[in-house]
Design a protein around this ligand. Structure first.
Ligand SMILES: [Zn+2]
Length: 280
């Protein structure tokens, strides 16, 4: 009987038997559930608090903004992606068209600048750089594709006043030509010790016909190498010096295009070189 009771008891109440066997485990599960629920309700914010936190964050109270305004990076030159073969165009001012400025004794701007332009072209070619000597209205200028264009001119032979000395450079308004402009200006100033004559740059220079003829994206500058009157001795008798300076400036520009370095980095070392003492 007893065994049968036990048997039936065990058969009728398997759940109780299971609980009896695993009492300590079940007690642990119940306790831990209780602790977790308590922890959940203890740390949960009251309703509405989450919205308050979000609103405060939106106003920037809880964290620093992670989207700082960053100024756009200036475009220094547009050939970095696909430089192509290096080619430089040199316009010999007025060549093939007119004589340009003329001095009383017949010296012309066209002959003075051609003397310089020819030397620049051969110096570039001697460095292995493709260079074209172009006349003022050269047919090749229409859609001319190059790494850069430099047009060489000189200023008036009239004895205007004491200020009529120095050189000046105007860059194309259609393409960013600042790198070419800065390189040539630095090299020319250092070599010639001429002052930069910024205040006589005319729209005639900035709206130069060749700038409009060049292929899109080709940087171009027009360089007035000096005044035929007050700077005559330098212009007429030292074409090698002037051409060397212009070639140097173009070399600086090409280095920057090929090296992709900024103007400040590459211009700094040469600027600190010997001419500093002479300039004082
Ligand atoms: Zn001219």
């Amino acid at each position: 009987m007893r065994s049968s009771f036990d048997d039936t008891g065990q058969e009728d109440r398997p759940v109780l038997r299971f609980i009896g066997r695993n009492l300590s485990l079940l007690a642990f599960l119940a306790l831990s559930t209780g602790v977790m629920l308590a922890a959940y309700f203890y740390f949960s914010p009251a309703s509405g608090v989450a919205e308050v936190v979000a609103a405060g964050n939106a106003a920037g109270a809880l964290s620093a903004p992670f989207a700082k305004p960053v100024p756009p990076k200036p475009i220094l030159q547009r050939l970095a992606q696909s430089p192509g073969p290096i080619r430089i165009g040199i316009i010999s001012g007025h060549k093939g068209n007119d004589s340009g400025a003329v001095c009383e004794d017949g010296l012309t701007e066209a002959e003075v600048v051609e003397n310089i332009a020819v030397r620049v072209v051969s110096a570039l070619q001697a460095r292995g750089i493709s260079a074209d000597l172009l006349s003022e209205f050269d047919p090749r200028l229409e859609g001319y594709v190059a790494t850069g264009l430099v047009s060489i001119h000189a200023d008036s032979c009239d004895n205007i006043n004491d200020l009529a000395t120095g050189f000046k450079i105007a860059g194309s308004g259609l393409t960013d030509s600042s790198q070419l402009s800065i390189c040539v200006e630095d090299a020319y100033r250092q070599a010639t010790q001429l002052s930069y004559h910024a205040n006589t740059i005319t729209p005639h220079m900035t709206d130069y016909h060749a700038f409009r003829q060049l292929a899109a994206g080709v940087p171009g500058i027009i360089l007035e190498v000096g005044f035929l009157n007050r700077d005559r001795q330098l212009l007429e008798q030292q074409p090698d010096l002037l051409a060397g300076a212009i070639t140097e400036g173009i070399g600086c520009y090409l280095d920057q295009i090929r090296g992709g370095v900024t103007i400040a980095q590459s211009a700094a070392p040469p600027a600190a070189a010997p001419p500093e003492g002479d300039g004082q």
